[in-house]
Each structure stands twice: as structure tokens, then as C-alpha cells.
Design a protein around this ligand. Structure first.
Ligand code: B3K
Ligand code: ZN
Length: 887
């Protein structure tokens, strides 16, 4: 692999371009088998990089057939006037201060299976340019700090492509000979080329309007394939809510007269924020109660918001280079999290966000692909659209807000937009705006900057000492940041520690630090900025139970020597909802790890009665907040439990978790059944937070009842599967049935496929359920499903459902015989040739292979090496595999 290995790009090598591109005039002649792209570039010397004499102009281009190059009026000659290789078109010395260059290229979107650049999905043309797909459309300086104004003409056959869209406003349209037609679009806002978009196809749309805060009317449209118009209402509603929320919470108004969304079935990610022409994976647009689950509805709300919010955080202010990706992604994820918290339940949203962070980001941060929020180097930038850049990046934003307070944070945001509107900037520029807008806040911003630079999840070891005689409580925090690839030694980080001390009556004690004149609120934010730090609270009447990192105020792993009794106490009394949930999780982790250890030592696994009592108490309060209760009743995931072990005991974790679930189901069978019945819906189906909470709690109860394997539970589950009105209840019941050995298992799965074969997104659920089933035959079944008529290896959603679902199956994927790993290697090798981005996403499932036992490690290594030796390995897959095998 070493010879000719792809080269890494380094942040330290950044240099501004010698030439800027001010205007881009594109003409697309879309034809089967050969699309011609004519690009006219208005070039100007970059005043920010003064240079003398002629300067080379190097344009990026990939998989393009070059037809002609014209400078001004002069047709250039290959070899003398310019050179072309597999990745660039170079004009060796371009003179003067301005130039006009026309380039004609030919491309074949029909054969583009990588779904990057211009490609076809269900017969329609669409684009995906971020990060570097524009170079697959035409030669260009494909980098985000080149911002230009675009005019785009799209021409195609009218009958097959009645809808022709691009960014900005429609300024002209007309007929062409031979049944063809064209439209012309102009985007008044300068943008980087990764935000360019084009769509041509036979699409239908729904339309609505939004009046902005300054009274401008915006036409909103969602385009879908014919027949899906009745599944767009929720997405449209989410869009209007996002537009309003951004005006109110961030003072951001929309800046064009149209906002279009197009949903396509073949898309590598969730969605893309192209200026005024968002392109979405159908998964994040299409929803009807009978086809989509509550999770789908909430996902749509947050992704529609996320892409809309990018209009300011990403588009109006963009990234200088791709190392700055978290500048837009961390910030925009944080904004969509805030939005969803406001639209639904804030504590529930926070818990779900932290669950996700732990599930995916903590795993990444502890493995071979760990990297800082602002990476220093990459081989393939598409590999860096990671949980670290997105989710940990969002946590960094949350910490700014916790440190500065809501008002200080908003001042910083306002200054950021005021300074940088229309620019391509860095995370340092963002930090400077936050700092400069809050001169009175005493935070060492240089130290805070380490959150962008240091990888690895900090571990905080905390302890508390109560001195009854002195009535003081001393809290000691000690931070360590684990070594990560390329970063053996770390500096202490600066982080907000939101905390409270809970008194014996269950209330927060007023907090007064030594040296302070008076006691303050019961919850406050302290700043941890040293490796070891102690604080002493005075006037503490009795030994308190500390509630630390409330609301998960920093993305860390906390270790505090809580007793089981203290955790049960916090579960019941902590005023911070997040920490009430957290206490339950911590207790469950303790108990489960003890059970795993017992099993490993050949002892029987036992469930402490006190834990079952604590679960009973949670059940008794369940109707106070059903969504919260459903989360509080859910045991930590097998992945999270695995993170707590040096060598992950796959079977032990699974056995312990199943036994505990069964014990809960048996101990509380009657209460669970009563909760189930009380949550049943009355009246029409709705997706209000209350209705979602009812279904979540009801299905949590059903899952525990099913864990007992009892006939009553199975009958109830079957009844729910057969009679439920909405997809949430249907799919949970089917999942539980698929996970059981019920006689009806296969007939239910068959009936579901029969019923939903025409709905691709519903069939994805069917594939996923079978891939995730804890069934001895799963790997065989998944292999067989690759040949199912509804499956296609070329469709990312299908791959994520079946292959991705299988890699999330804790026992079957990690089967000791290596069958799961071999299956994944085969798929990665197949995908490598078709769609490197999807292949690379899948191969990340090997990331923690060194944390399993010797037998599994050996099998994973064989699989990884087999991938490494694949001819024509893409940069995407190469980078992940090479890192995984290193060190
Ligand atoms: N910005 C896009 C992601 C592009 C991924 C390119 N491989 C979607 C988003 O984060 O909003
Ligand atoms: Zn984004």
C-alpha cells in the first residue's frame, strides 16, 4: 500500500489563491450519454495575495473530457498554452489583472455511481458538490475560499425533464429546437462552488409562502417524484418553523425570494444546503403517519432546519478551507439542536443528543481515526464529515454559550455575522468574535481553543469530602485526556462545569464558595482549567450529593465514586433532568458491568433487588413526562457498555443486558402492562410531543414485556403489529417479533414486505430490522437479502439499512467466527468500485477492532488486510483502512 499511497493535505500549507473567480457563467446541455458543460469564468488577481508578473492558474478537474479552452477571444492549444493531467488543468503563466476564460467539457452523469458531481437518480439529474464534487462537473478552483456570482442555463428535453432548477432566481426561460427547453438562473450572492446545484427531471411540487420579519414574501417549494406529494407537509411545516425560529433566536432573515427543496432517492448523506436549492435524501422529506415513525418525523424537522440554518452559518459566512469544516457544521448542528429543543422537550432532546455523541463520537475519539474538531491533515476530505466535526463541534458551541451566558453568546454571534458576512473564514475568526464581543468575561480563550486542536475525550475523576465540623464540602476534579494518534501528550482543557449540591431533602443547597460574601443559586457554572482543581463550598448543613456537569455541560467522561444509594437518590431528586437520567444510566452501567464480570468468572449473574426497586420508582413517575420516562427506563446501549471495558466482552455484555431486561420485565409485569394500557391513544393520530411521548413509553413497556418471552406479551405485540395506525407502533412491534422466536416471525416479515414493496423508505426499515435481529441466522439472512429485488448496492439508503444495520448488530457483526467481518469486507470491496464515500462509511465499523479479544482481532485484521490489498482502492477507503491498521 505504501508505494504510490495517496498524499495528505495539511492545514499548515494553506495559501490564498493567486487568482480569484468573480463570476461564473455556466451552460448545461443535458443529453443522454453526453452532457456538455460550457463554463465562462471572470478571473481577477487576488488583491489579498499580491504577486508580480504572470501567475499560473491551476484548475481542479476529474473525470472530464476537455473539448476546448478559450482565453479572451483566443482558442488555446494543449501542451503549449495549457497542460492537463488526471486532476488539473494548468495555464502556466496568466498575465494581467483580469481575464476571461471559457472551458468546454463533456461528462456522463448516467455512469456516475459515486453520486458526487452531476449524476442521475431515478432518471432525474441532480448534483452533489460538497466537498469537492464541482471538479467533476467542470474545471474550477474547487476550494471554498473562491466565492463567485453564478449565472446558470440548463437545457434539456422538455418531455422527460419538465423541471429545470439551479440556485438563485429564475431570470429567463424559453424553447429550443427538437422538443428541448431551457431556464436561466441567477444567484446574486457570491458563493463557493460546493454550494452550486442543478436539478432536471420530471418532478411535482407542493408550494407555500413565508413572510419574513421585514415583510418580504418568499415562495417555498418542495419537489418530489410524482406520487409523493402527499408526504411533504411535515417537511414544509418544519421549514416555515425554522425560518421563523432563525429570525427570533439568531436575528437571521432569509435573503432570496425563493427557497426550493428537491428530494432524491439516491443520496450519500442526509441533505445538502446548496444556496436556495437544498437537495435532500427522501428519508429526510417524505413522511406520512402510516409510512414514517416518530423518529423519522423528528429527524425531518431537524434536518430541514439544519440545512435551512446553513444559509447563514455556512453559506453567507463560509469556510476558508476544509479544515474549518466545524465552523459551519458544529455551529449548525448546535443551532438545529437548540431549535428542536424549543419545538419539543429540551431535556429529552439533550439526552438524545448526548446518547448519540456517546454512541458515535466517543467511539471515534477512542479509536484509530480519532481527530481534533479542526483536523490538521486529511487524505480525503469526505472522510471528515464525522461525529467529531459535527457533534463534538456542536458541544464546543454549547460550551461557548454556557461560559458566556445566552446574552453574551448572542453578542458574539452578532459580531461574527457583522464582521464576516460574505467571507470565507476560520474557527479562529469565530473564537475571536466571541471573545471580542465579551471583553468582560474572564476566560482564557487560548486555552479554550484546545477544544479545536486536541482529540480524545477528557476523563474527569472527581471526588468530594464533607467536613461536618466545618460545614464545608470540598470538590476535587482531576482531568486527563487520553493519547490519540499523533497526539501522545495533552494540555489541560478549559471547560464549564455546571453543578449543584443536592441536600438530604432532595433540594439544591444554595451554593457559596469559600471567600464569597453570600450564597447564590442552587445551580451554577464553575470553570475547570487545570489538571487538578479543588473548590470548597461553605455553610453546607449536611453531607450533600453532588450533581456534576449538569445538562452535560462539557463533552467528557465523568468518574465519581457514587454509591448505588446516591445514584438512586439523584434519579429521584436531582433538579436537573439530564442528571436524573444520567444517574440511572450510571447505576445501570455499574450493575451490568458487575454482571458481565460475574459471568466471565463463571459465577451466576444476579440483579440487585434495589435496582429493580429504582426502576419501579421510575415507572411510578412515568406519566409525569412520558418521553423522559421512556429514556430513563432504557438501559445503556451495548456500545456504551463496551466503551467502559478495555477488552469488549461482546457476548457477556449482551447476555447481561438481556438478563437485566428480562428481570425488569418479570418484576414489573403488571405495572408495565398498566403503563402500556394507559398510553394507548384515544382520538386521532398526531405527532405532538405528548402523542410521541405516549408511544415511546408504551413501546418501552412492550419491549420489557416481550423480554420475558411470555405468551400474553407476544399476543399483545402481535395485536399491536396488526392493528396499529401509525408506523412507529407497527415497526417497534415488528422489531420485537423479529427479535423473538415466535412462530409468526416469518409470516409477519413477509406480510410487511408484501404490503410495503412499493415504498423504498419503508422497505429500508424492513431490511434494517432483519440486519439488526439478534438471531443465529442473521448473517445468512443478510447475505440472502443482498439478492432481494428491493435491494440495490448502488442505493446508499439500502446499504445503510442492510449493511450499516448489520454492523450495528452487536452480537452478529462481532461473531467470534469472523463471519460478520468477512461479510463487511466483501461489501466494502464491492462498494469501493462503485461509491467510495459509502464504502468508507461502512469500513469505519472496524474502527475499534483492537478492543476485542484475540480471536476477533485476528478475524478483523484478516478482513482489513483483504480490503487494503484491493486493486484501485479509493482514497476514501485507503485512508480509513491505513489508519485502522496503523499502530
Ligand atoms: N454539508 C452537507 C454534507 C456534505 C457531505 C459531503 N461529503 C450536509 C450538512 O451537513 O448539512
Ligand atoms: Zn451541515
Amino acid at each position: 500500500m505504501d508505494k504510490g499511497s495517496p498524499k495528505a493535505i495539511h492545514l499548515k500549507d494553506y495559501a490564498a489563491p493567486a487568482w480569484r473567480i468573480d463570476t461564473v457563467d455556466l451552460h448545461f446541455d443535458l443529453r443522454d450519454g453526453a452532457t456538455t458543460v460550457t463554463s465562462r469564468l471572470g478571473l481577477r488577481r487576488n488583491p489579498a495575495r499580491p504577486t508580480q508578473g504572470p501567475q499560473p492558474l491551476v484548475l481542479d478537474g476529474q473525470d472530464l473530457a476537455l473539448l476546448s479552452v478559450t482565453l479572451g477571444n483566443r482558442t488555446l492549444t494543449a501542451g503549449t498554452d495549457y497542460t492537463v493531467d488526471a486532476e488539473t488543468l494548468t495555464l502556466p503563466g496568466l498575465d494581467g489583472t483580469e481575464a476571461s476564460l471559457e472551458i468546454v467539457t463533456r461528462i456522463t452523469p448516467e455512469t456516475n455511481t459515486a453520486l458526487e458531481g452531476l449524476y442521475k437518480s431515478s432518471g432525474n439529474y441532480c448534483t452533489q458538490c460538497e466537498a469537492e464534487g464541482f471538479r467533476k462537473i467542470t474545471y474550477f478552483q474547487d476550494r471554498p475560499d473562491v466565492m463567485a456570482k453564478y449565472t446558470v442555463t440548463v437545457e434539456a428535453e422538455r418531455a422527460r425533464y419538465p423541471v429545470l432548477l439551479s440556485n438563485g432566481n429564475l431570470v429567463d426561460q424559453g424553447e429550443s429546437p427538437d422538443g428541448r427547453h431551457w431556464t436561466r438562473w441567477q444567484d446574486p450572492w457570491p458563493k463557493p462552488c460546493y454550494l452550486f446545484a442543478l436539478v432536471a427531471g420530471d418532478l411535482r411540487h407542493i408550494e407555500d409562502r413565508f413572510r419574513t420579519c421585514s415583510g418580504r414574501d418568499v415562495t417555498l417549494r418542495i419537489y418530489v417524484e410524482p406520487g409523493n406529494e402527499d408526504k411533504c407537509a411535515h417537511a414544509m411545516d418544519s421549514l416555515k418553523k425554522s425560518m421563523k425560529w432563525d429570525e427570533e433566536a439568531y436575528g437571521r432573515e432569509y435573503d432570496l425570494d425563493v427557497f426550493n427543496i428537491v428530494a432524491v432517492g439516491d443520496f450519500n448523506m442526509g441533505a445538502m444546503e446548496n444556496k436556495s436549492l437544498n437537495i435532500f435524501n427522501t428519508k429526510y422529506i417524505l413522511a406520512r403517519p402510516d409510512t414514517a415513525t416518530d423518529t423519522d418525523f423528528l429527524g425531518i424537522e431537524s434536518v430541514v432546519a439544519h440545512e435551512y440554518f446553513h444559509n447563514w452559518t455556512g453559506n453567507r459566512v463560509t469556510c476558508r478551507d476544509w479544515f474549518q469544516l466545524s465552523l459551519k457544521e458544529g455551529l449548525t448542528v448546535f443551532r438545529d439542536q437548540q431549535f428542536s429543543a424549543d419545538m419539543n422537550s429540551a431535556p429529552v432532546k439533550r439526552i438524545q443528543d448526548v446518547q448519540r455523541l456517546r454512541q458515535v463520537q466517543f467511539t471515534e475519539d477512542a479509536g484509530p481515526t480519532a481527530h481534533p474538531v479542526r483536523p490538521e491533515s486529511y487524505i480525503e476530505i469526505n472522510n471528515f464529515y464525522t461525529p467529531t466535526v459535527y457533534e463534538k463541534g456542536a458541544e464546543v458551541l454549547r460550551m461557548y454559550r454556557t461560559l458566556l451566558g445566552a446574552a453574551g453568546y448572542r453578542k458574539g454571534i452578532d459580531l461574527y455575522f457583522q464582521r464576516h458576512d460574505g467571507q470565507a473564514v476560520t474557527t479562529d475568526d469565530f473564537l475571536a468574535a466571541m471573545r471580542d464581543a465579551n471583553p468582560d468575561v474572564a476566560v482564557d480563550w487560548e486555552q479554550f481553543r484546545l477544544w479545536y486542536a486536541q482529540a480524545g475525550t477528557p476523563v474527569i475523576d472527581a471526588d468530594g469530602q464533607y467536613d461536618a465540623a466545618a460545614r464545608t464540602y470540598t470538590l476535587t476534579l482531576h482531568q486527563t485526556i487520553p493519547a490519540t494518534p499523533g497526539q501522545p501528550v495533552k494540555q489541560p482543557m478549559l471547560m464549564p462545569v455546571a453543578l449543584g449540591l443536592v441536600g438530604t431533602d432532595g433540594r439544591d443547597l444554595p451554593l457559596r464558595l469559600q471567600g464569597e460574601a453570600a450564597a447564590g443559586e442552587g445551580s451554577r457554572v464553575l470553570v475547570l482549567n487545570q489538571a487538578r482543581q479543588s473548590v470548597t463550598f461553605v455553610d453546607v448543613p449536611t453531607a450533600p450529593v453532588p450533581s456534576l456537569f449538569r445538562g452535560f455541560s462539557a463533552p467528557i467522561r465523568l468518574r465519581f465514586p457514587y454509591s448505588d444509594a446516591q445514584l438512586t437518590f439523584l434519579m429521584a431528586h436531582d433538579s436537573d433532568a439530564f442528571n436524573r437520567w444520567e444517574a440511572g444510566q450510571t447505576l445501570a452501567v455499574k450493575i451490568l458491568l458487575d454482571m458481565v464480570a460475574d459471568r466471565a468468572a463463571g459465577r451466576p449473574m444476579t440483579v440487585p433487588p434495589a435496582f429493580l426497586e429504582a426502576v419501579g420508582a421510575t415507572l411510578a413517575r412515568a406519566h409525569d413526562d412520558r418521553s423522559f420516562a421512556s429514556l430513563a427506563l432504557t438501559l445503556p446501549s451495548e456500545t456504551y457498555l463496551g466503551q467502559q471495558m478495555d477488552v469488549i466482552d461482546v457476548d457477556g455484555i449482551h447476555a447481561a443486558r438481556e438478563q437485566l431486561r428480562q428481570a425488569i420485565g418479570s418484576a414489573h409485569a403488571d405495572t408495565l402492562r398498566a403503563v402500556y394500557d394507559a398510553c394507548r391513544e384515544h382520538g386521532p393520530f398526531s405527532i405532538t410531543p405528548d402523542a410521541i411521548g405516549r408511544r415511546a413509553l408504551k413501546n418501552t413497556a412492550l419491549a420489557y414485556l416481550m423480554a420475558t418471552g411470555g405468551a400474553d406479551a407476544q399476543a399483545l405485540c402481535l395485536q399491536q403489529y396488526r392493528t396499529a395506525a401509525g408506523m412507529t407502533d407497527v415497526i417497534i412491534a415488528l422489531m420485537l417479533i423479529a427479535d423473538s422466536d415466535m412462530a409468526e416471525r416469518q409470516s409477519c416479515l413477509d406480510a410487511f414486505a408484501e404490503r410495503w414493496q412499493g415504498e423504498a423508505l419503508v422497505m429500508d426499515k424492513w431490511f434494517m430490522i432483519q440486519a439488526m435481529a439478534g438471531h443465529p441466522e442473521t448473517v445468512k439472512r443478510v447475505t440472502a437479502l443482498l439478492s432481494h429485488p428491493g435491494f440495490s448496492i448502488r442505493n446508499p439508503n439500502k446499504v445503510y439499512a442492510l449493511v450499516g444495520g448489520f454492523t450495528g448488530n452487536p452480537v452478529c457483526f462481532h461473531a467470534a467466527d469472523g463471519s460478520g467481518y468477512a461479510f463487511l469486507a466483501d461489501r466494502v470491496i464491492e462498494l469501493n468500485a462503485l461509491n467510495p464515500q459509502v464504502a468508507s462509511r461502512m469500513v469505519k465499523a472496524f474502527a475499534r477492532w483492537r478492543n476485542y479479544d484475540g480471536e476477533r482481532q485476528a478475524a478483523a485484521k484478516v478482513a482489513l488486510e483483504r480490503i487494503a490489498h484491493t486493486p484501485d482502492l479509493s482514497r476514501d477507503v485507503y485512508e480509513i483502512v491505513a489508519r485502522s491498521l496503523e499502530g
